[in-house]
Design a protein around this ligand. Structure first.
Ligand SMILES: NC(=O)c1ccc[n+]([C@@H]2O[C@H](COP(=O)([O-])OP(=O)(O)OC[C@H]3O[C@@H](n4cnc5c(N)ncnc54)[C@H](OP(=O)(O)O)[C@@H]3O)[C@@H](O)[C@H]2O)c1
Length: 406
């Protein structure tokens, strides 16, 4: 595990002074200066690079390309089975971007929902990504699986067991979201711990290190291992329940949002409760979807509106999400697509900065909407909603269905 002083040098060649790095970075991409204008209170960039389906061999060129273009948020997960290569790519990146300018997200996989497994799972991701902290750590899905053992000293995963629910048979219904979030355990579970503590006290009455420790997502923030915690794929009712007990409320809900799955009620609920919404699969996940499934990017209404604005349909989808006050994560390993996606963010941001009188302090907040797409265009896109999801747990967990969204 890297020690904190070394971490400061990740993404930052030691030969360059801070000033040189700063000037070079600003020259390379104006995004550095302007991204701040569209950051929220989390300091979370409004657009990020997805890594689902990013081949390990693509990690280095894509991360380098993305950093020098101006991407500052990267969305990772252990179940994408490329965190080790992404970590190496950041470590060896030549862009000169300091770690503190990059927002790194990862996620807690299903087998690690028990409170005692949360921190080891996070540390494994930190080890794979070669960093000392995450900016955001999300519960990937609101469903626990049976534990899968792993060697914390080995980087990467030897196989894909952590993503294998055995058609749902490995779902563990005894672990609640509250367990995973707070680490609170029932009094029965505490009995062995109490027994241990009492014996320890008797044997070591003066030991100053003796203390009880809560363990789980919230504790990771207390310990500085992650800056923010959040969730993914959570419907309103689970968020509503969480807010009744969370000492640290979820900062983010990362969910599937595109014109065919708009989730307006969820969006309203999150915004009302200061939970940032990150739209995943904003383009309708053309790389993941089955060929027979609908193609968002070929929708005639979207094509017509995109043509009118002289942007691509992919750009329109991103713009539409931004205008709905979502954060957006689009995956691309293609330089032209990467540029295109970032450019539309700049365009939105330009509208933001020219509409607001001041600088980043006037970034869009709850209640503020910056419009590039007209009300009529937003209404036309709203009419395309069909609640169509490309990520359907009921299709994966067929033997023990937990249809999360129904
Ligand atoms: N929390 C979760 O459960 C969850 C689930 C799914 C996804 N995610 C996250 O969200 C990210 C994005 O979602 P996603 O990867 O499913 O779907 P997406 O971003 O909607 O689509 C990615 C696909 O679109 C293509 N593409 C990208 N930009 C394009 C453009 N400008 N024009 C045309 N095609 C373009 C990409 O191909 P090229 O590479 O060739 O550009 C890739 O095949 C994921 O990578 C992951 O980080 C999270």
């Amino acid at each position: 595990m890297l020690q904190p002083p070394q971490l400061l040098h990740i993404l930052k060649p030691p030969t360059r002074s801070r000033k040189t790095v700063r000037i070079a970075s600003i020259m390379i991409n104006y995004n550095l200066a302007t991204t701040a204008a569209t950051m929220t209170l989390l300091n979370m960039p409004r657009i990020g690079m997805g890594t689902l389906g990013l081949l390990p061999s693509e990690a280095s060129p894509v991360i380098n390309q993305a950093l020098s273009m101006g991407y500052r948020l990267f969305d990772c997960a252990p179940v994408y089975f490329n965190e080790m290569e992404i970590g190496d790519a950041f470590h060896e990146a030549t862009s000169g971007v300091p770690r503190s300018d990059v927002f790194l997200t990862s996620k807690l996989a299903g087998p690690f929902h028990r409170p005692e497994h949360v921190e080891p799972a996070l540390r494994k991701t930190l080890h794979d990504l070669r960093i000392g902290y995450l900016d955001l750590f999300l519960i990937h899905w609101p469903v626990a699986f049976q534990y899968v053992d792993f060697d914390p000293t080995v980087r990467g995963w030897p196989n894909e067991d952590i993503d294998d629910s055995d058609n749902g048979k490995r779902i563990d219904p005894t672990v609640s979201i509250r367990d995973t979030w707070t680490g609170e355990v029932t009094i029965l579970c505490l009995l062995p711990i109490l027994f241990y503590l009492i014996s320890y006290l008797i044997l070591h009455p003066n030991n100053p290190q003796l203390q009880t420790k809560s363990i789980a997502m919230e504790k990771l923030v207390d310990d500085g291992l992650v800056k923010h915690i959040g969730v993914a794929n959570f419907p309103v009712i689970l968020l509503h329940d969480m807010l009744s007990y969370a000492r640290i409320p979820p900062a983010v809900n990362q969910v599937e949002i595109h014109p065919y799955n708009q989730q307006s009620h969820l969006l309203d609920y999150c915004h009302t409760h200061n939970i940032a919404v990150q739209a995943y699969s904003p383009l309708g996940s053309p790389g993941y979807k089955e060929s027979a499934e609908p193609e968002v990017l070929s929708d005639p209404v979207l094509i017509e509106i995109a043509n009118k604005h002289r942007i691509s349909v992919a750009q329109l989808c991103i713009l539409w999400s931004l205008q709905r006050r979502c954060h957006v994560i689009a995956k691309s390993a293609n330089k032209q697509h990467m540029e295109e996606n970032l450019l539309v963010h700049h365009r939105y941001e330009f509208a933001t900065t020219t509409t607001c009188e001041d600088d980043s302090t006037n970034a869009p907040t709850a209640g503020t909407t910056i419009s590039i797409l007209s009300v009529q265009e937003m209404e036309r896109i709203a009419s395309l909603d069909r609640g169509y999801r490309f990520f359907r747990p009921e299709d994966w967990w067929t033997e023990n269905p937990v249809p999360v969204f129904h």
